[in-house]
Design a protein around this ligand. Structure first.
Ligand code: ZN
Length: 557
């Protein structure tokens, strides 16, 4: 329309602008734009002549290219990546199915002023644009769909960070090894110290053959690692890693560019591991092969003149959990149902300045939903908006989805006379216990539907409670409560821990899985209610709950 208007008004500059827009749009729609481009050229020429000034011929090709990729809905046929997130010093990529180790390709870029470690992973992730990754201590992490079937993760930093990756079932974990909080293991011995340390302690390991002529200086084993030292700098591009299964053995093969004089006589051994073989594959490649009936996790790190291959989860090693790169060793995706308390006409508790419980519960529930989803869990919300749901209908979803846990999110309140005194975070789990305090909270949370439940129904429900479920719910409550407090206390002072409690909550009664009810705080308290409406605080609470949930699952897989 604007183009037509411009034509009518003979406004050449606008005409040029609008025509450019038309061409870009046409390119996006795969229309033939050649006539329009010709027209544009003529217009620009004419305009330059008449006005004696230069209008740069816009680089249509380039802008079209950029536009095309940014505007197109990424609707790949092949979307095997379920989630991507960071956890401590690692980037975790979850796939929908088991993957093999060769789906990862690594290379280094030294583009001043930053070093870049680039990981290309086979597969597409539909939410890649919305994914922001951050690890404290790393300047920049960029994740993007490099090609329709290749996801690229770039770790950029001024200082060259040591990174490594491991593949385990459905998960790729990229770890920034320089940031590990855990105690320094022998892996992290720096180049300078290295030679001195190892040469001095020759009795620590056998097979100390040193080749001073060729590029590979020495190869030896130490604890659960195979160490390859070089006489010159070694780069990841000079290493090829493959893994497969053959003859009923899992094989991890490292083809290392270079020559080692003593490949033949050397024998490598790691306790608990069936076999390590080493040999010169050809004149320029040394091959190290790790084979075992069990599929051990093998990771490697590289720094200047040293390659360290680490076999994880070996029973005999004395370095167990400290090296686990997964969120937790036995991580698996769980099904979690989150219930945002109250909704619509049931506003829940009301605090000063018309702060509503139903608003806070929905916000936190939604944040929790996305965090847990990002971490690779299957998550469902009982409500996504301001909607009324009966108390005894809230657990139906959880049972239908066969959820592993059920979390109901609420905010507490007390009458005005006590409002200034009472505050704090509390987590409840279902039990027949009837302390005065639990009774009071339960009465409030049960209010909407309790009258509809006959006394005999209540009795049946309470009797249906079984010990293992109560115990599991109690454990979940403890971890969640701890998670929330740890999370918020870093940024907010004066948050009170009001503890884990038990009580007869009807919203939890119908759930067949471990379930808890969280009181995020007292909406009646003037300061706490303000916090509860604070987005940052809501996110911290959600993050804390998620940490608690993962902590629970790490102990109760
Ligand atoms: Zn409530």
């Amino acid at each position: 329309m604007n183009y037509l208007k411009a034509v009518l008004k003979k406004d050449h500059e606008t005409k040029i602008k609008e025509l450019k827009k038309l061409i870009i749009l046409g390119e996006q729609l795969n229309k033939n734009t050649t006539p329009d481009k010709k027209k544009l050229e003529i217009l620009i020429e004419r305009e330059n002549k008449t006005l004696g000034k230069k209008i740069a011929p816009i680089k249509i090709e380039k802008s079209v290219l950029v536009k095309n990729t940014t505007n197109k809905k990424t609707n790949y046929k092949f979307n095997p990546i379920q989630s991507i997130y960071t956890f401590e010093n690692t980037i975790v990529i979850n796939y929908t199915h088991n993957i093999s180790k060769d789906i990862v390709r690594f290379f280094e870029l030294k583009q001043k002023p930053q070093h870049k470690d680039v990981y290309d992973l086979k597969g597409a992730y539909s939410h890649v644009r919305g994914t922001k990754l951050k690890i404290k201590g790393v300047e920049k992490i960029v994740v993007g769909q490099f090609k329709s079937d290749t996801l690229r993760v770039v770790i950029a930093n001024k200082k060259n960070l040591k990174t490594s990756y491991s593949v385990n079932n459905k998960q790729v974990v990229i770890s920034i090894d320089d940031l590990k909080k855990t105690k320094q293991t022998p892996v992290k011995i720096t180049k300078a110290k290295n030679n001195a340390v190892f040469v001095k302690k020759t009795d620590d390991f056998k097979n100390i053959y040193i080749d001073r002529k060729n590029s590979i200086r020495t190869v030896f084993t130490k604890n659960n690692t195979i160490v390859v030292q070089f006489n010159k700098n070694f780069y990841k591009r000079d290493l090829k890693y493959t893994a497969y299964k053959s003859n009923n053995r899992y094989q991890d093969i490292f083809d290392i560019k270079g020559k080692f004089e003593y490949a033949k006589p050397i024998k490598l051994k790691i306790d608990g591991l069936e076999k390590i073989s080493i040999g010169q594959k050809n004149n320029s490649t040394l091959r190290i092969r790790v084979s075992d009936k069990k599929d051990y996790r093998v990771i490697y790190t590289l720094k200047n003149r040293e390659l360290i291959i680490k076999i994880l989860n070996l029973k005999t090693t004395n370095q167990t959990s400290s090296t686990s790169a997964l969120p937790y060793a036995n991580f698996s995706s769980k099904t979690i149902v989150i219930d945002a308390g109250h909704g619509a006409k049931d506003v829940g508790a009301v605090g000063p300045n018309k702060r509503y419980e139903k608003v806070v519960t929905l916000k936190v529930a939604k944040y929790l939903y996305s965090i847990l989803k990002q971490r690779g869990h299957k998550v469902f919300l009982t409500r996504h908006k301001d909607r009324f749901i009966k108390v005894n209908n809230r657990t139906i979803l959880a049972n239908k989805k066969n959820a592993d846990i059920f979390i109901s999110v609420h905010a507490n309140s007390v009458p005005k006379s006590k409002a200034h005194r009472i505050q704090g975070i509390e987590t409840f789990f279902l039990s027949p216990a009837r302390s005065e305090r639990a009774k009071r909270v339960a009465a409030k949370e049960n209010r909407t539907d309790i009258r509809k439940m006959s006394n005999s129904t209540k009795k049946v429900f309470l009797e249906s409670l079984n010990r293992p479920r109560i115990t599991a719910s109690h454990k979940l409550a403890i971890d969640t409560q701890a998670g929330m407090l740890q999370s918020v206390k870093k940024s907010f002072k004066g948050v009170k821990d009001s503890g884990v409690r038990e009580g007869p909550f009807w919203v939890l009664v119908g759930a067949q899985m471990p379930s808890i009810l969280i009181e995020l705080g007292y909406i009646s308290h003037p300061i706490e209610s303000k916090r509860l409406y604070n987005t940052k605080y809501q996110k911290l609470l959600a993050n804390g709950i998620a940490n608690g949930v993962d902590s629970y699952f790490s102990k109760n897989p």
